[in-house]
Ligand binder design. Structure first.
Ligand SMILES: Nc1ncnc2c1ncn2[C@@H]1O[C@H](COP(=O)(O)OP(=O)(O)OP(=O)(O)O)[C@@H](O)[C@H]1O
Ligand SMILES: [Mg+2]
Length: 279
């Protein structure tokens, strides 16, 4: 494990870290499909929360509700103690919630620096005209990506020409640049090589060390969860069946729970019913 990003490098989240976001009793269906059933999650200041579950478990639906892309059928969202509702992604962003979607939402035929400032472009007035300040955006993008240690050939190149890993890094960097209070990353490590994964994990670990931004991370690799996350919520068939801090569970327990699709209590009850194992 990398000592820079390893969990030993990070102080545990204090017990008094305030809850900054709560989703309570959220349900969501799409026609005949029930995607979420009475889901409740809590996110604390500076916490990195892993959301895990099988394909189709409802992970993306849950974070799309939080990022204003979908509206829940029932349930409430409380942000910093106040009930909120997000009618659109713009609405969620105005509450400090930034999301990197599974499909990234970068514009392939625009340059890296235009993507970095998509929707929040710098403008300048020239001869009474309102023009894009490309020079400023180019310079700020270059500095910002350099500071994060993200190496791409040029901020002028179009996103289409970048590797998958570089694209992922640009998408994550763009979201961090917006200074969110909550950053949501939907499978940021999917399709990344070892080096690129380590880089994105390093960015998450940096945020975790500073404890200013709370992160919800959807990820399938349990090793990586234990490396960078404070807490795990396991979503199974639209329901949260397991919620534990990474310090009070283990990869082995998580694998057992994910395989069974049951929480701790249900596993214990099933074991009690089955009786002692034959010697
Ligand atoms: N826009 C939609 N319209 C109809 N059904 C949808 C829509 N979005 C998601 N679903 C369905 O809701 C369920 C949950 O999907 P979701 O994308 O949230 O799963 P996921 O946990 O993110 O899976 P994966 O790991 O494959 O990304 C699935 O059965 C899916 O087919
Ligand atoms: Mg998904």
């Amino acid at each position: 494990m990398n000592p820079e990003t390893g969990p030993q490098a990070i102080a545990p989240l204090g017990p008094d870290a305030p809850v900054i976001l709560e989703m309570s009793h959220i349900s969501k269906g799409f026609g005949a499909v029930t995607a979420l059933v009475d889901v409740s999650i809590k996110l604390r200041q500076g916490e990195v929360l892993a959301l895990v579950g099988d394909n189709g478990a409802g992970k993306s639906t849950l974070i799309k509700i939080l990022s204003g892309f979908h509206q829940p059928d029932t349930g409430t969202i409380t942000s910093k103690g106040k009930e909120v509702s997000f009618a659109s992604p713009r609405d969620a962003r105005s509450h400090g919630i930034e999301t990197v979607y599974q499909d990234l939402a970068l514009v392939g035929d625009l340059s890296v620096f235009h993507n970095m400032f998509l929707g929040r472009e710098y403008k300048k007035r020239v001869l009474g005209l309102n023009l894009l300040d490309n020079q400023k955006m180019r310079e700020l993008s270059r500095q910002y990506l350099d500071n994060l240690g993200i190496s791409i050939p040029s901020v002028n190149s179009t996103v289409d020409l970048l590797s998958g890993g570089q694209r992922q890094c640009v998408a994550v960097a763009r979201s961090i640049y917006a200074s969110p209070s909550i950053l949501i990353l939907d499978e940021p490590l999917a399709a990344l090589g070892v080096r690129e994964s380590a880089h994105v994990l390093g960015l998450i670990q940096k945020l975790r060390r500073e404890r200013n931004v709370s992160v919800i991370l959807i990820v399938h690799n349990y090793n990586q969860i234990f490396e960078v996350c404070d807490r795990i919520n396991f979503l199974h068939a639209g329901e949260i069946v397991f919620d534990a801090s990474t310090s009070e569970t283990s990869e082995e327990e998580l694998i057992r729970i994910v395989k069974s699709g049951l929480g701790r209590k249900a596993i214990a009850a099933a074991a009690a019913e089955a009786g002692p194992l034959p010697a």
